[in-house]
Ligand binder design. Structure first.
Ligand SMILES: C[S@@+](CC[C@H](N)C(=O)[O-])C[C@H]1O[C@@H](n2cnc3c(N)ncnc32)[C@H](O)[C@@H]1O
Length: 222
């Protein structure tokens, strides 16, 4: 019995240490990518694409919104414009370097930043109308923990939107090609995403996985 307890404790220690290593490796990867990301992902063409996609999020004036994994902040101006002066955009990311670039930009509207892991956010429960997880969900190591945390901070009836600029097959192939810290970063297909939503108490409302656009929307059950 004693041996079993010792073995279980050892197993817990080892798996926790691996999870911490994987998280740190990913933070370091995104820190090292921050300047390059700002250069390539904020081109006129990319921003033009984003401008056309943001209206699909259904943002309303006055809403309190989270940009989960905000990176260097490329979608913040579009979110601020949509929620207007009475709204607020909270921006979180665990990469210090990504946040530094995002914070340096000038915004018009109510915006706040915090360095945080998405799976443990410094936000009160039921405080948000909408969460936008843009080009970030595939990179989250523990997707179920993230969904539970999204559920906690959304108000009842609040909406979670997961959006990528490539379909799941295309994005997964791209991450595999890049290799390193993102080699195994998977964008779940529509069927798996529907299952993840249901398991975390969300009601799926839209599951679109086309070649060049991925939008998964779900509502927090009241
Ligand atoms: C591909 S970038 C996208 C950034 C931004 N949403 C955009 O579209 O420009 C992914 C971002 O997610 C962040 N990220 C990944 N996993 C995270 C986690 N568990 N907690 C917080 N941020 C995370 C990374 O640091 C990175 O800035």
């Amino acid at each position: 019995m004693k041996r079993l307890i010792v073995l279980s404790l050892l197993w817990l220690l080892i798996t926790n240490a691996c999870a911490v290593d994987a998280k740190e490796e990913k933070e370091m990867f995104f820190d090292s990518m921050a300047e390059q990301w700002e250069g390539t992902s904020c081109s006129k063409e990319e921003l033009g694409k984003i401008e056309k996609i943001v209206p699909l999020f259904g943002l309303q004036e006055g809403e309190v919104v989270l940009d989960a994994g905000c990176g260097t902040g490329r979608i913040i101006p579009f979110l601020l414009k949509a929620v207007g002066d009475r709204g607020h955009v909270y921006c979180l990311d665990f990469s210090q370097k990504m946040l530094e670039i995002a914070r340096q930009k000038e915004y018009s509207g109510n915006v706040s930043f915090a360095k945080s892991d998405i799976t443990q956010m410094p936000l009160p429960s039921e405080s948000l109308d909408r969460i936008i997880c843009f080009c970030t969900f595939p990179h989250i190591n523990n997707k179920m923990d993230a969904l539970k945390e999204f559920f906690r901070v959304l108000r009842p009836g609040g909406v979670l939107i997961i959006c990528n600029l490539l379909g799941s097959e295309e994005l997964n192939a791209m991450h595999e090609k890049i290799g390193g810290a993102v080699a195994g970063d998977i964008s779940p297909g529509a069927e798996e995403m529907e299952w993840l939503f249901l398991e975390s108490n969300f009601t799926p409302v839209e599951l679109l996985d086309s070649r060049d656009l991925y939008i998964m929307k779900a509502k927090k059950r009241p």
